[in-house]
Write a protein that binds this ligand. Structure first.
Ligand SMILES: Cc1ncc(COP(=O)(O)O)c(C=O)c1O
Length: 374
């Protein structure tokens, strides 16, 4: 029995092998490995593709988040102890970036239908110290960005989009990362646009913010050996930029294939104990980084799928406010009821641009024939 792995990164990248080898030789022969032509070209191409003025490459998505927050502090728009509202249902990097910058984190609950942040819960989490809201476009689907934008305008808050999972999710011609004051992407290998290692970027229409992020990621320096700020070392390297340029050309097509697979799953998965996601009315608003189902009997379904040769993962088994790392942040048990219920029920099925129709059929058949009782 051939397995359907949760994610076949060798296969995904294997499609580009010849171009990667050529790019690698080109970079090696150039003798220039950081802050070079490939990085500049990738930043320009990604900014254009994303419909934003500025893109600054950094070492990973987490750095992109924390450097944006630090840049706002350095520009006098935030100060230590100010607060950022973050959904409790995300990868922990979203919250770690906030607390790393010396800011306070306020957790918000999510919508049961999309698992994306609830605007009402975000609004309820705002206090007089809140200065930023950080929606996460979870699983590749745009959060309710129009309402979040309105909330930010009304309450004079900065809007930082964590678009680490949503490269290319669009409302009309506007893409994830371009709705707020700044947007952040991760190019972690498993992402829709993934490097062969770590990389990330910040996008923004604000030239001053882009320049400050760039300086902070370069030891606080714009000129060699002149350090205006206490920065860090966070850069994308030339090899990763070159690989990402190659994969960016294919990304729209890859996202379309993900959409096709997701719609087929939604149409064909039919089991009374399995809940499937509801595709957004505007299909482009979701790039299906993950396909997440729910079931109250998750362990049993995982075992059944494993024995049928289907790989699965859980995003995320423990909400951020329930992590030991955030035990000191006051959130009463039961105060974020949706995420607390969901964390025990969510299960991610295989989805990727190289999944064949046959593979999709095997996943569907395996879920649908899951025995209803033990
Ligand atoms: C929502 C979210 N935010 C931030 C990150 C951090 O990105 P990275 O792993 O590139 O640091 C990730 C992914 O890993 C993520 O999924």
């Amino acid at each position: 029995m051939t397995r359907v792995p949760f994610l076949d990164l060798a296969g995904i990248n294997g499609r580009f092998e010849r171009e990667f080898i050529a790019a690698q030789s080109h970079v090696m022969r150039s003798g220039w490995f950081l802050h070079g032509d490939e990085t500049r070209a990738f930043e320009d191409e990604f900014a254009t593709w994303n419909g934003v003025r500025h893109c600054v490459g950094v070492a990973n998505g987490y750095d992109a988040l924390r450097l944006t927050l630090r840049a706002w502090m350095s520009l006098g728009r935030l100060e230590s102890g100010d607060e950022v509202v973050v959904p409790a249902n995300s990868f922990i990097a979203s919250a770690l970036a906030v607390t790393d910058a010396g800011l306070g984190v306020r957790f918000a609950d999510v919508e049961p239908r999309t698992h994306n942040v609830s605007v009402a819960s975000m609004a309820a989490a705002i206090t007089p110290r809140t200065r930023v809201v950080m929606p996460v476009h979870l699983y590749g689907q745009l959060a309710d960005i129009e309402h979040i934008r309105r909330l930010c305008l009304e309450q004079h808050l900065l809007l930082l989009e964590d678009a680490a999972q949503a490269h290319g999710a669009r409302l009309g011609s506007a893409a994830a990362g371009s709705f707020g004051d700044a947007g952040v992407f991760s190019f972690y290998p498993a992402k829709n646009l993934g490097a062969l290692g770590d990389a990330g970027c910040v996008v923004t229409g604000d030239r001053g913010l882009a320049e400050r992020v760039r300086m902070l990621g370069n030891y606080g320096s714009a000129e060699k050996y002149e350090h205006a700020y206490r920065g860090v070392n966070s850069r994308i390297d030339e090899l990763q930029a070159a690989f990402l340029r190659i994969k960016l050309k294919r990304l729209d097509r890859d996202n379309s294939r993900r959409r096709e697979i997701a719609l087929r799953y939604c149409a064909e998965l039919a089991h009374p104990l399995v809940g499937t996601p509801v595709p957004p009315s505007e299909p482009s608003a979701h790039v299906w980084h993950l396909f997440v189902i729910t079931t109250p009997h998750r362990d049993r379904l995982v075992r059944h799928l494993e024995s049928s040769g289907i790989g699965t993962m859980i995003h995320y088994p423990r909400a951020i406010h329930r992590q030991t790392a955030y035990a000191d942040v006051a959130t009463q048990a039961g105060s974020l009821p949706v995420v607390e219920r969901m964390q025990d029920e969510v299960l991610s099925l295989p989805i990727s641009p190289i999944l064949s129709d046959d593979d999709v059929g095997r996943v569907v058949a395996a879920v649908n024939r899951w025995p209803r009782s033990m």
